[in-house]
Design a protein around this ligand. Sequence first.
Ligand SMILES: NC(=O)c1ccc[n+]([C@@H]2O[C@H](COP(=O)([O-])OP(=O)(O)OC[C@H]3O[C@@H](n4cnc5c(N)ncnc54)[C@H](OP(=O)(O)O)[C@@H]3O)[C@@H](O)[C@H]2O)c1
Length: 243
Amino acid sequence: MDIKGKIVLVTGANGGIGGALVGALLDKGVAKVYAAARSADAVTELAHSGDPRVVAVRLDVTDSSSVAGVAELCRDVDMVINNAGVNRCVGFMVSDAIEQARVEMEVNYFGTLAMCRAFAPILASRGGGAIVNVCSIIGLVNLPVNGTYCASKAAGHSLLQGLRAELAPRGIRVIGVYPGPVDTKMTAGQEMPKTTPEQVAAAILAGVEKGDEYIFPDPMSQHVHAMLEKDSRQVEKEFGTMV
Ligand SMILES: NC(=O)c1ccc[n+]([C@@H]2O[C@H](COP(=O)([O-])OP(=O)(O)OC[C@H]3O[C@@H](n4cnc5c(N)ncnc54)[C@H](OP(=O)(O)O)[C@@H]3O)[C@@H](O)[C@H]2O)c1
């Protein structure tokens, strides 16, 4: 897909990767970007980005009326990037794990599912287009310190696989993105090598333009993916030491 001239919706557009995606899309020459954020302040800030192609919209992916309202407003999109996500950074045995897991599932799985269901008919009516879901490399193998988050991203990975098959006859490409650690608010205070959100955004758009279905946008995700292909049980064991 040639991104130039297209109309794209990005969720979580005020976040690290979301903000970088909006910038990279503008650099690629899109006609319009719907930059979606859930707080009024973030929407106001995005609305003052200075580029007339940015249309800021308010969206909470866990709120069905908010999702329906945005789908009503953005009927001209060619590509939806489901980037909004939360990570409560907890293991399965912490005292409030079930509450935290529900929050992560609501945003990362049910929120993404709601967006895909709302926008698939719009994309289909325009001849196809693409849905890009930002999953995570730790949706493919559990990292116990982020155990509940990984489970929500694993659900997101399964969602991608099912949707890809269901939406292919309607001409919609479903693309999965599996980043490793990225330097954003989500990983603030965690000491580890991280990729910049700008590098991740550039790799996502390059993958979309190349026709990739699976995008591993940084060296860490590419390395872990290669190891998973070789010996997934060994990767599980190594990640299992990080409790
Ligand atoms: N950072 C990493 O290492 C990493 C690695 C792999 C995958 N990812 C994934 O990349 C995506 C972007 O994360 P990020 O690193 O850029 O983190 P971030 O800076 O914390 O951004 C997350 C964005 O999601 C938004 N969001 C959260 N809940 C929402 C909801 N209910 N409705 C709408 N928007 C909501 C946030 O809005 P508020 O500002 O209002 O909270 C924020 O804009 C996420 O899906 C994340 O799981 C991140």
